[in-house]
Design a protein around this ligand. Structure first.
Ligand SMILES: *[C@@H]1O[C@H](CO)[C@@H](O)[C@H](O)[C@H]1NC(C)=O
Ligand SMILES: *[C@@H]1O[C@H](CO)[C@@H](O)[C@H](O)[C@H]1NC(C)=O
Ligand SMILES: *[C@@H]1O[C@H](CO)[C@@H](O)[C@H](O)[C@H]1NC(C)=O
Ligand SMILES: *[C@@H]1O[C@H](CO)[C@@H](O)[C@H](O)[C@H]1NC(C)=O
Ligand SMILES: *[C@@H]1O[C@H](CO)[C@@H](O)[C@H](O)[C@H]1NC(C)=O
Ligand SMILES: *[C@@H]1O[C@H](CO)[C@@H](O)[C@H](O)[C@H]1NC(C)=O
Ligand SMILES: *[C@@H]1O[C@H](CO)[C@@H](O)[C@H](O)[C@H]1NC(C)=O
Length: 407
């Protein structure tokens, strides 16, 4: 925490702020005045120039070998642009180098000696969109570095890229753009060719196929899914899911079988994915579990006044349950003044109200909700008193919703 941050100004008493101001000028000198006043001149170092959103290091004389660091995390989080050029000592981007530049969008490292980018280099830079690594010393770059990102521009021309399977993804990603950038790769013998012409034996993007591709299974039953993969080199195969149901996985070669036993209705609409990945890329095949189960009322509570009166409920069930209400054992006929309204549908539940428009004492009583589908039914009851009956004495223990001020 240093005195020149805005927070400290506000906190310091009127006596001490003169002193602080003086200290500030003493510490940072008038050089601070030339840039953004909140940017630490020292931290951005003499070889770079910094504004509140951009760092630029282009002076070949006073070279840097890694990204500069700023005084505070807050300052680094404001940076959206880093521009590095003509730095002959700049050779790698490592796991933690850009960790604190969370909002970085544009990164340029050009005409330097960038040779290596580690797998987790951009792990924390989820907003990175524009990446210019032109005219460096990159011979290969793994697609895994960019796996979690949404890069819209990738510029790689002027690098000694090898014609290797590891770089095949660049051709696949860039398509025609590779020719526009005149991207070339170097073969083992030293010949250079257009990356767009690169073909290699034993270098194929993986495929994954999940079967069956659709399922509708009753709760409590078992289900077997198989995933078949292809690709060269042989891809690694992984399943991805978060399930309440117990399962086991048996993999042999390029086929993996997932056995789910005693399917839980909690997993209705859960996603199951099979992922194949190799050096060229990854493919995913997935499905959503459709688990058929009898309805269950998970909530039925006291009436609340909203725009209308509402008897709130939550009901799980697949397929969609049929709703029938009873008031004092008489079937409720729904219409404009009283109706079941579903407000929200989550993975496995329907949340809503029995909505009543201006209920009177005729609507008081015991409400029973019966929900049914082809797999079963459930029911629950709740008492509702909307209005005092005109002839009724209000006893000291009797509370009626209508008597309260709810706002
Ligand atoms: C970051 O940017 C915001 C908005 O532009 C600004 O208010 C804040 O002072 C900046 N923080 C730092 C540490 O530069
Ligand atoms: C890098 O250096 C070259 C020549 O040395 C110069 O032409 C170019 O403008 C420099 N780039 C930057 C961004 O300063
Ligand atoms: C990022 O780079 C792109 C492409 O050069 C440019 O259009 C955009 O203005 C840059 N964004 C920022 C914030 O500088
Ligand atoms: C370029 O990268 C290669 C490794 O791919 C390395 O051996 C070489 O020293 C690098 N060249 C420079 C100038 O850094
Ligand atoms: C990725 O970026 C493109 C354009 O930059 C944008 O249209 C798209 O919505 C983004 N996708 C995600 C998942 O952020
Ligand atoms: C796939 O599973 C292996 C272990 O079987 C694990 O080491 C690897 O990180 C997983 N890969 C992904 C992409 O989840
Ligand atoms: C299946 O799961 C249900 C609920 O999770 C459990 O009550 C039941 O005992 C299980 N049945 C078997 C055969 O494991």
């Amino acid at each position: 925490m240093s005195a020149y941050q805005p927070g400290s100004w506000a906190l310091s008493g009127s006596e001490s702020w003169r002193c602080l101001l003086w200290w500030w000028f003493l510490s940072w000198g008038l050089a601070v005045g030339s840039g953004d006043p909140w940017m630490s001149a020292e931290a951005c170092r003499s070889s770079c120039s910094c504004s509140s959103t951009r760092i630029s290091c282009v002076d070949p004389e006073t070279g840097i070998s890694s990204f500069p660091s700023l005084q505070s995390d807050a300052e680094m989080e404001n940076i959206t642009d880093i521009y590095i050029a003509n730095q002959s000592g700049f050779s790698s981007i490592n796991d933690k180098d850009l960790h604190r530049y969370k909002n970085l969008r544009n990164l340029t490292v050009t005409n330097s000696r960038l040779t290596y980018v580690t797998k987790l280099a951009f792990q924390n830079n989820l907003k990175l969109q524009y990446l210019n690594l032109k005219d460096n010393n990159l011979s290969s770059l793994s697609w895994r570095i960019f796996k979690h990102l949404n890069i819209s521009y990738l510029i790689l021309s002027g690098n000694p890229l090898r014609c290797s399977c590891e770089n095949m993804w660049i051709k696949l990603l860039l398509g025609e753009e590779a020719d526009i950038q005149e991207l070339r790769c170097t073969e083992d013998g030293g010949a250079r060719k257009l990356l767009s012409r690169l073909t290699l034996p034993n270098c194929e993007v993986p495929m994954a196929t999940l079967s069956p591709s659709k399922t509708s299974v009753k709760e409590g039953e078992n289900l077997e899914l198989s995933c078949t993969t292809s690709g060269v080199p042989a891809p690694e195969l992984n399943w991805s899911m978060a399930l309440a149901t117990n399962y086991e996985i048996e993999t042999s070669g390029q086929i993996s079988v997932l056995r789910l036993s005693n399917l839980s209705s909690l997993d209705h609409n859960s996603k199951i994915s099979c992922i194949a990945e190799n050096i060229v890329g990854e493919k995913e095949s997935s499905l959503q579990l459709d688990i058929l189960f009898p309805p269950k009322i998970t909530k039925l509570s006291d009436a609340i006044p909203d725009h209308h009166w509402c008897i709130p409920f939550s009901v799980a069930g697949n397929p969609v349950p049929h709703f029938q209400w009873y008031l004092n054992e008489n079937e409720v006929t729904e219409g404009a003044y009283i109706m079941t309204m579903i407000h929200d549908i989550t993975e496995r539940e329907y949340h809503g109200c029995l909505q009543l428009d201006n209920p009177t004492h005729l609507n008081n009583g015991r409400y029973r909700l019966v929900v049914t589908n082809e797999y079963g039914m459930d029911q629950k009851e709740v008492d509702a008193h909307f209005m005092r009956q005109p002839w009724e004495e209000l006893g000291p223990d009797t509370a009626y919703y209508g008597e309260f001020d709810f706002i």
